[in-house]
Design a protein around this ligand. Structure first.
Ligand code: CMX
Length: 132
């Protein structure tokens, strides 16, 4: 698996974009709202991987809940796989809990599925596969 991106939960997406543009000395190259996840995302290229800033678009967003409970910070790590369906099957056969058994549409033209942080030393893991 290749580390595709690290997701960071932020309170104010606009000011976080300014901050990371300055820190990484690169421009945010894409912004996208993922309605199903109730998040707005902003992407930065960092070598082979990316940073994905995540802001809540709605009070019921998991990002809002996460920030209320834990504050801003690293929210998940995403690994790119060739075939998300066979990876889900493999991980389920090994007894891991998939938060969604069917891949969903994520940002950046990906199919995504999440693994529960409790089973991965406190880290929410995302699997992702490019749609084409
Ligand atoms: N990383 C680590 N731990 C997390 C976490 C995260 N991102 N989110 C929640 N937790 C922990 C909580 O701290 C809590 O721990 P305790 O039981 O010790 O208090 C536990 O998990 C349960 O958390 P909760 O606040 O009660 O939240 P829920 O159980 O309702 O939901 C989770 C947690 C992971 C199942 C849910 O956030 C989820 O389904 N996430 C996947 C979808 C997602 O995160 N989408 C946004 C990203 C979209 C994108 O990249 O496109």
């Amino acid at each position: 698996m290749q580390l595709e991106h690290i997701g960071i939960a932020v309170d104010d997406l606009e000011s976080a974009i300014d901050h990371y543009e300055n820190l990484l000395n690169t421009e945010c190259y894409k912004r996208e709202v993922v309605e199903e996840q109730k998040v707005e995302t902003a992407f930065f290229k960092t070598g082979e991987s990316k940073i994905e800033l995540l802001g809540a678009t709605d009070d019921s967003s998991v990002i809002k809940k996460y920030i209320e409970k834990q504050g801003e910070g690293m929210h998940h790590m995403a690994f790119e796989v060739d075939d998300i369906y066979s990876e889900i099957e493999r991980l389920q056969a090994d007894g891991y809990t998939l938060l969604n058994e069917e891949p969903r549409a994520g940002a950046d033209n990906k199919l995504i599925a999440f693994l529960h942080p409790k089973e991965h030393h406190g880290v929410l893991i995302e699997l992702c596969q490019s749609k084409y």
